[in-house]
Design a protein. Structure first.
Ligand code: ZN
Ligand code: ZN
Length: 282
């Protein structure tokens, strides 16, 4: 222990939030650049300073999906995902015609070259923002959009593992599927990996009480792993309580490397290759 370590709970200075620069470049597979306190150029400069050279910024409704696609179109280091978040499906459309119009626009955005995923879509049974049957309909529709566009499907699954897996099977999954902010246990991780799905772990992997999540990461094949921030949410340890940003995926990557008992450099190379397989070519 060195004398310079901050006391538990003490805020970290801005330039120490992400820790030391990574030994190789890597990327943040899921963030919300529109929700950060910082500007996009500032957040991306901070990220680059620690080796994070690309991010996927994710829409949750029509407005933020448009924003994400436009942001990606304007920057070489940003790619986009577009969809209606399960929690937003209730507000997204009233009539069948309105729903179809929303999906048509999501499909049009998904066809843009720098939009690399349809998401975040899926099921959220934890929050009761939207009727579960409605969420399932939207999830099925998004699966079809992803297949049609030939883009990855980026899944939000909160307390809905069985229904998410069942609906993927029923619809026939797209070729490329990623569970963002994976929240299942080791058994769920093995089932996902066996189906060819990729699991993206967020900053909560570093939380003290997250041993089941670390066990899930340990059970996941190294080439089926990604790391993300879900910024501005889920700031990793030891910066909890401070705003999250793409740079801090470096902390989650180090944690993942520790779990997989791999050099950090190898972990960075693995997620970069898996990211390119899912969202590429870069
Ligand atoms: Zn989510
Ligand atoms: Zn998100």
């Amino acid at each position: 222990m060195t004398g310079g370590s901050p006391l538990p709970g003490a805020p970290l200075p801005a330039d120490e939030l992400a820790g030391d620069p990574l030994p190789a470049e890597a990327f943040d597979s899921h963030c919300h650049l529109d929700l950060l306190g910082a500007s996009v150029p500032d957040a991306m400069a901070q990220a680059r300073a620690v080796g994070i050279t690309r991010v996927i910024t994710v829409g949750v409704d029509l407005e933020t999906s448009r924003w994400s696609a436009a942001c990606a179109a304007g920057r070489p280091d940003v790619y986009a995902a577009v969809a209606i978040h399960p929690n937003d499906t209730g507000a997204a459309a009233g009539s069948v015609a309105e729903k179809e119009a929303v999906l048509e626009e999501i499909a049009a955005l998904a066809s843009q070259p720098r939009v690399r995923a349809v998401g975040e879509t899926g099921l959220d049974y934890y929050r009761d923002h939207a009727d579960p049957a409605g969420q399932r309909d939207w999830f099925r529709a998004h699966i079809a959009v992803a297949k049609q566009a030939g883009k990855a499907l980026m899944i939000h699954d909160r307390e809905a593992h069985e229904d998410v897996l069942r609906i993927l099977e029923e619809e026939g999954p797209p070729e490329r599927v990623v569970f963002h902010c994976f929240s299942g246990d080791a058994d769920m991780a093995k089932r996902c990996a066996a189906a060819g799905y990729v699991l993206s772990f967020a900053g909560n992997l570093t939380f003290k009480n997250a041993q089941p999540l670390r066990d899930a990461a340990a059970a996941t094949p190294p080439d089926a792993l990604l790391a993300e921030t879900d910024a501005p949410f889920l700031t990793p340890v030891p910066a909890r309580g401070q705003p999250n940003s793409p740079a801090m995926v470096a902390r989650t990557l180090r944690c993942l490397a520790g779990i997989k008992q791999l050099p950090v450099e190898d972990m960075c190379a693995l997620v970069t290759a898996t990211g390119e397989r899912l969202f590429g070519p870069w």
